[in-house]
Design a protein around this ligand. Structure first.
Ligand code: SF4
Length: 304
């Protein structure tokens, strides 16, 4: 099904992010995402902004046509000078329409002009087009690119992320950026309980990251924010009905149980060390306290 493209204008380009120590400023030239990952956190932004529902997620993309002009104004402010800005926190900045609108490229050109350090998250090989710019930003400030890779199992990839490029294409582009001097790595986020959290599944991603010369390997457990939970559990009910009751018990709120997160963290750290990504432990954020929600029946451990 062809997505609907909606041109809009924006009042601001750079957003202040609160409560995340490693992420202070973000920018997103697009709203929504046609990659349609079945676990996508961006669902909540669309539903809260009244721009769609869980059911039609991925069918409508908002294009902020004046984004580059607004960003140009904002980057002249003293408060943003030298600040690290993360591109693509609420949606993928390299969706197919970027080939036409070039809003992400325009943003990177401005960030280069102002010598802002950047981080960028994507699942798209289209980023290779901007390798020259990223390499220049890496030289004058710093550029970290995180390639989001959930799995390298090609059957599973298609089920989980139906609109994305083959993960090996992403890995090839990651290697090309590395060779241009960009700090590019793999981010396995989110790790999906009972689907991609096994030792073997994580290990395959780690081995691919090493083979394709990733500078970093990071991972994060699944978080099911409001709206995302209904969206994701609908998918689990359709594709993995046996797992559904376990998810319902384990996720009364947004976060997986603490003992699960702890065990997963230990597993990830072991694998990272085994594949040469040791060193400082992964940045972990303590989830905020959630209100106690009574659990029905005994809590089952997720498969670990
Ligand atoms: S690429 Fe990222 S933003 Fe787009 S659907 Fe997938 S998880 Fe969501």
């Amino acid at each position: 099904m062809k997505p609907e493209y909606v041109e809009i204008t924006c009042k601001s380009a750079v957003n202040r992010v609160y409560g995340m120590p490693y992420l202070k400023w973000s920018l997103n030239p697009y709203g929504g995402c046609v990659h349609r990952c079945r676990f996508c956190f961006a669902v909540q932004y669309r539903v809260v902004a009244d721009q769609g529902t869980q059911q039609d997620f991925g069918t409508r993309l908002f294009i902020k046509t004046n984004f580059v002009e607004v960003l140009a104004r904002e980057l002249r402010r003293p408060g943003l000078q030298g600040e690290r800005i993360t591109v693509g926190t609420a949606t993928d900045p390299y969706q197919p329409v970027e080939g036409h609108y070039k809003l992400t490229r325009g943003s990177l050109e401005l960030l280069r002009e102002h010598a802002n350090p950047i981080a960028l998250l994507t699942k798209s090989p289209m980023i290779v087009r901007d390798g020259d710019l990223l390499a220049e930003i890496a030289r004058i400030a710093s550029a970290e690119v995180f390639f989001s890779i959930t799995t390298v199992d090609l059957d599973l990839w298609h089920t989980l992320e139906p609109g994305t490029a083959n993960p090996y294409k992403r890995l090839e582009v990651m290697r090309a950026l590395r060779r241009q001097g960009v700090t590019a790595g793999v981010m396995m986020a989110p790790i999906l309980p009972g689907i991609t959290d096994s030792e073997a599944s994580i290990e395959r991603v780690a081995a691919a990251a090493r083979d394709f010369e990733a500078a970093t390997l990071s991972m994060a457990p699944l978080r099911l924010a409001p709206h995302v939970k209904e969206f994701y559990l609908g998918f689990i009910g359709d594709e993995y009905p046996d797992l559904l009751p376990r998810y319902q018990r384990a996720y009364p709120g947004s976060y997986a149980p603490p003992d699960y997160r702890e065990k997963l963290h230990e597993r990830v750290e072991r694998i990272r060390a085994r594949y040469g990504f040791g060193g400082p432990p992964e940045r972990r954020q303590r989830p905020p306290k959630e209100p106690a929600i009574p659990r029905r029946g005994p809590q089952l451990a997720l498969p670990l």
